[in-house]
Ligand binder design. Structure first.
Ligand SMILES: Cc1ncc(COP(=O)(O)O)c(C=O)c1O
Length: 386
């Protein structure tokens, strides 16, 4: 009887550095909660790495997004432009503020928010009055743009920021998936008003769970830190001057993060090498395209994602799963989820076309060359047989 091959996971943590020693340090010292030297170090090192002046650690990436939106002035009844092709977290964060997402279409190469469509929406569907930028259809005001660097591939940020500046809109970069990715030589998370990161277990580095806001704007950084600590204006006097949140990262999680960040450069190198091998091998299969970086970008290749004929997506996924290869379809489009189906959508034709073609394939740091060759061989076998 043939034995089943061990699972090739999609994206799992690689804990190969100082994780044990830094965790032990927390336990030995008793500094386990939301204050401690690892939190300070993690904030400092992430902001240094990304290239911003400030870093504010949070309990997860969703909390980072929520606080960023609040600090950028997003209020109940406002609107925020966001792609429909994204994990749900940024859209939920908009709703936590009582605001409404407006879904603008993505382009089909990197599957990122299409800057051209954002411009068209702002120019044609909105009007400026004394209160701000008003959406003609809904009568509500647009207060921010929230692009997502999907699968680690950077959005065309300088074009987007130029458009946002014209309308004085803050831009909140969701860089949850793109730590280490670069846009024209600058790291994602340092390209707009604020950047938000996630250190969930499936990300390129992990704290178990965790997040970070990065920014160069001191008042925003101060406000976000304030909101993350129950908006306590006078520590130990229990003076809270607005509704705050308990969103701080613990020292234990930050200790993991510091150890992981020390290994990030080597993770990036491995992930690029793996993506290049996938690309080279997949070039032999005409039915398959691998989503790739733009010439002006350097992706962290967080999740390698295939584009295959729509009719083959489900059967190919089933076949790969039967071979113990973990794969994922793309996220359901946001405007099709019940809580967001009434929200406005703009030019989603390419988004809707591309969504049905995506399969994310194993992309962990510890993926071996032999496993990559096996994944591609299975894809080839599927197309040979179909
Ligand atoms: C694009 C994107 N935004 C936000 C998040 C939320 O991060 P977290 O899970 O740390 O809350 C994630 C991932 O989980 C994500 O992929």
């Amino acid at each position: 009887m043939q034995t089943m091959r061990e699972l090739i996971p999609l994206s799992i943590p690689h804990l190969a550095g100082n994780e044990w020693s830094y965790l032990k340090d927390c336990l030995d010292s008793g500094w386990v909660s939301s204050v401690g030297s690892y939190v300070d170090r993690f904030e400092q090192r992430i902001s240094e790495y990304v290239g911003t002046e400030f870093g504010i650690a949070t309990v997860n990436g969703t909390a980072a997004l929520h606080l960023s939106l609040l600090a950028c002035g997003v209020q109940p009844g406002d609107e925020v432009i966001v792609p429909a092709f994204t994990f749900v977290a940024p859209v939920n964060a908009i709703r936590y503020c009582g605001a409404n997402p407006v879904f603008v279409g993505s382009e089909s190469k990197t599957m990122n928010l299409d800057v051209q469509k954002v411009q068209e929406f702002l120019e044609q569907e909105c009007i400026t009055d004394q209160s701000g930028l008003k959406n003609k259809q809904t009568g509500r005001y647009i207060k921010a743009i929230l692009p997502v660097h999907v699968f680690g591939h950077p959005v065309d940020m300088s074009s987007l920021v130029a458009i946002a500046d014209r309308y004085q809109l803050p831009v909140i970069e969701d860089a949850s998936e793109s730590l280490g990715s670069e846009y024209r030589g600058k790291k994602t998370g340092a390209l707009a008003t604020v950047g938000c990161f996630s250190f969930n277990g499936n990300k390129i580095i992990t704290c178990g769970g965790g997040g970070m806001v990065t920014t160069n704007q001191e008042p925003l950084a101060r406000h976000i830190r304030h909101l993350s600590t129950q908006a306590n204006s006078k520590p130990f006097e229990y003076e809270h001057n607005e509704v705050g949140y308990n969103y701080r990262l613990t020292n234990i999680q930050a200790a993991l993060g510091v150890a992981q960040l020390e290994q990030l450069d080597s993770f990036l190198e491995i992930k690029r090498k793996n993506a290049e091998l996938y690309r080279q091998l997949l070039a032999e299969i005409p039915q398959v395209n691998l989503a790739w970086e733009e010439p002006w970008a350097k992706s962290n290749f967080w999740l390698c994602t295939l584009l295959v004929p729509a009719a083959d997506r489900k059967p190919l996924m089933d076949y790969l799963i039967s071979e113990n290869i973990q794969v994922r379809p793309a996220w359901k489009l946001m405007h099709t989820l019940p809580m967001y189906e009434d929200c406005q959508s703009y030019r989603l034709e390419e988004t809707e076309a591309v969504f049905g073609h995506c399969i994310s394939i194993p992309s962990s740091v510890q993926l071996t060359e032999e496993e990559i060759r096996f994944v591609v061989k299975c894809i080839q076998t599927y197309f040979d047989q179909s």
